[in-house]
Ligand binder design. Structure first.
Ligand SMILES: [Zn+2]
Length: 282
């Protein structure tokens, strides 16, 4: 699938049909980041070669050498910054992008900007990026990645061409629906207890529970940020109150992916207690 998308993008660029804002969406952030690197190098290469009947970056021209050294003047890569346990792409980083695209390309045909993890753009950063996203200078390509494009704001999404590597229609994910129903019982109807839910969830596959919770939380962040109400949180709460819960979920995912031992029931209990406190405020 990864190779297919790369081939498709290359074809679009050969035919001069490349969209200027390309959003690569896949739950595996490493895959989309890798695709961006490959395609950016390809776009910037000034001596493309034919491999198996398709064009590829040569790996030897000045552009490829500078790209490999991380010093290419026509390439900018932005990733979320970490402060403590929180990830965010701040407005300063977006300003850097806006400045970068305003300068003419130095020696490649294109200027390429990669922004990984656009779900971490804060509201100010999204607003600052919208104009560039809609109408970047000619020969400027923005390569963006996200773990799930369904979680992005419509204003942002409508300005990108989405390439989803896998189907991500989480609304039809049965486990996510189960988790949501349980959260309703716990946080809204208050007909069950944290311990009972944690015990039930710890019988599911831990990584799937973590992924499901992550999607639910991000869906809430998205809804709150466009003024929609959500019922799994006390009224009037800002979506930023969900960051600590999201960080707990991310931590669990990281531990599981690293093969570390995780007491999933205890982790889920802590997370649910935190969430319940936020749902009961006021
Ligand atoms: Zn090259």
């Amino acid at each position: 699938m990864q190779a297919n998308i790369l081939t498709k993008l290359k074809q679009l660029s050969v035919n001069n049909l490349l969209p200027h804002a390309i959003l690569l969406s896949d739950p595996d952030a490493a895959i989309t980041a890798d695709l961006c690197q490959q395609f950016a190098q390809y776009l910037l290469c000034i001596a493309k070669i034919k491999v198996d009947n398709t064009l590829a970056a040569c790996g030897q021209c000045k552009s490829c050498i500078l790209f490999a050294a991380g010093t290419h003047l026509d390439f900018l890569s932005i990733a979320p910054s970490e402060s403590g346990t929180t990830h965010t792409i701040k407005i300063e980083a977006v300003r850097e992008v806006v400045n970068f695209v305003s300068i003419q390309a130095q020696f490649s045909t294109y200027k390429v900007v990669v922004i990984t993890g656009v779900q971490y753009l804060n509201t100010h950063a999204v607003n600052a990026l919208l104009k560039t996203l809609e109408e970047p200078p000619p020969r400027t390509i923005l390569l963006l990645t996200t773990i799930n494009h369904n979680l992005l704001l419509p204003t942002f999404l409508s300005r990108c061409t989405v390439f989803a590597l896998k189907s991500q229609d989480y609304g039809h994910n049965a486990l996510v629906q189960h988790l949501e129903l349980d959260l309703q019982e716990l946080l809204v109807k208050k007909t069950t207890q944290v311990i009972a839910i944690a015990a039930k969830w710890s019988k599911y596959k831990a990584i799937e529970v973590a992924d499901g919770l992550w999607l639910i939380l991000y869906g809430m962040v998205r809804d709150l940020s466009i003024g929609k109400s959500v019922n799994l949180l006390a009224p009037g709460q800002h979506f930023s109150v969900l960051w600590p819960i999201l960080e707990q979920v991310t931590k669990i995912k990281e531990l599981l992916c690293a093969g570390r031992p995780v007491n999933i029931q205890l982790c889920l209990e802590a997370l649910l207690i935190d969430w319940r406190n936020k749902a009961n405020v006021g």
